[in-house]
Design a protein around this ligand. Structure first.
Ligand code: FES
Ligand SMILES: [Fe+2]
Length: 393
């Protein structure tokens, strides 16, 4: 491929026919395990909002592949994360999935070893302690934690690279002007999709499917209706280089302000946005493999993924609003939420049909079209992660 630095034509399309990942990457249990080891157990994974654990002693338990991570806020207000496992004989420590701890101690439900909320083993109820046993040698297994803009990330690697902020995709929009930290969750949508987690990201990374799959969205974002994501996805872009109509320039259809059924925004919009950010219609930030955030003029939507198995992925979408927007009497959240839910349902449905077809024995791999350049970049990201993991198992 032409290196970016010497490429004079800003056309985004893939110049050559690139293969997809092999079909087995989407259903083979061994390949799934390889993804967990190379990606999900090494990268920063978004688990929740800081606000979900706002009170001291609040906790939640998250599953990432076969691993359970306990995230809690200690009595001093510090967020901490541990493997949800007791150091004695490895029992699960917290049986609930979320709530408030009853004490400043975590007590194992099996033989009642107790840990401080810092993870130190403080109590062992045996009548006597054996020689050579020191409680200090048996703290809970810590898990690295990093905060980004009000979101909590964990990393299961013993030596995590960088922070959650470093893991943002290089093409992510700068969401500095969106007050992410102070937003309040107005709606949550969860769906378990019968597809491999990578299928979701592949679909996210192209809009070739938009005209056929997203009727309403394609009407709202006219360039999507052309199967494109941006002006330079069109090989003929130069013919329309000066045309600022949304089907060429991107952005929302005339008269629309946000992603909602009628295109109307809430009364309270984010007042720190630039003119460009207001007219863009949507601004995406992505943190692979677990989340993306999209900023609109009046709300933000996040999507979080959790792999549940080779062919099973849980998606959780949250709609985040300004507190005053949620308090506004008569604010029509459904105008917004129902629109986004339809888009997610449409995407989930095509992800599932994609998954089902991948089992055909002669289909060893697919091939990418020029518009699927970002999907190719995603594949390269997966391949690089596997190479890294193979080099340092
Ligand atoms: S396994 Fe936890 S106290 Fe025994
Ligand atoms: Fe889609």
């Amino acid at each position: 491929m032409t290196p970016e630095s010497v490429k004079s034509d800003p056309y985004n399309g893939l110049p050559s026919a690139e293969p997809t990942l092999p079909s087995s990457a989407y259903w083979d249990p061994a390949e799934y395990q390889r993804d967990l080891e190379a990606i999900w157990y090494r990268d920063w994974i978004m688990v929740c909002r800081e606000a979900d654990l706002s009170q001291p002693l609040a906790y939640r338990v998250f599953t990432i592949g076969s691993q359970q991570v306990l995230v809690l806020r200690d009595e001093h207000g510090e967020l901490r994360a541990f493997h949800n496992t007791c150091r004695h004989r490895g029992s699960q420590l917290c049986r609930g999935s979320e709530g408030r701890l009853k004490a400043r101690l975590l007590t194992c439900p099996y033989h009642a070893w107790s840990y401080s909320l810092r993870g130190d083993l403080v109590r062992v109820p045996s009548k006597s302690l054996p020689e050579g046993f020191d409680k200090a040698d048996y703290p809970l297994y810590p898990v690295a934690l990093s905060l980004w803009r009000g979101f909590v990330f964990v990393n299961l690697s013993p030596e995590p690279a960088g922070t959650a902020a470093h893991a943002l995709d290089r093409d992510s929009a700068d969401l500095t002007n969106w007050p992410l930290e102070g937003l309040v969750t107005g709606h949550v949508f969860t769906k378990v999709m019968a597809c491999n987690w990578k299928i979701f990201w592949e679909n996210f990374n192209e809009c070739l499917h938009c005209p056929g799959v997203h009727k309403h969205l394609s009407a709202l974002v006219p360039i999507y209706g052309r199967g494109l994501m941006a002006r330079h996805d069109d090989p003929q872009w130069a013919l329309h280089a000066d045309n600022d109509e949304p089907q060429y320039a991107g952005g929302l259809r005339a008269g629309a302000q946000t992603w909602s059924h009628d295109g109307r925004a809430l009364r309270h919009t984010f007042n720190g946005l630039s003119e460009r950010e207001r007219t863009a219609g949507q601004s995406y930030a992505m943190n692979l493999p677990s989340m993306f955030v999209v900023g609109h003029v009046d709300y933000v939507r996040t999507v979080r993924l959790v792999p549940l198995g080779p062919e099973l992925t849980e998606l959780t979408a949250e709609w985040l609003f300004l507190p005053e927007a949620l308090e506004e009497p008569g604010a029509d959240l459904d105008n917004i939420v129902a629109f986004g839910t339809t888009v997610l349902e449409e995407d989930a449905a095509v992800c599932e049909i994609n998954q089902r077809g991948l089992h055909a024995r002669p289909h060893r791999a697919g091939v990418l079209m020029p518009e699927e350049y970002d999907l190719h970049r995603f594949h390269e990201w997966v391949r690089a992660a596997h190479r890294r993991a193979a080099a340092s198992p």
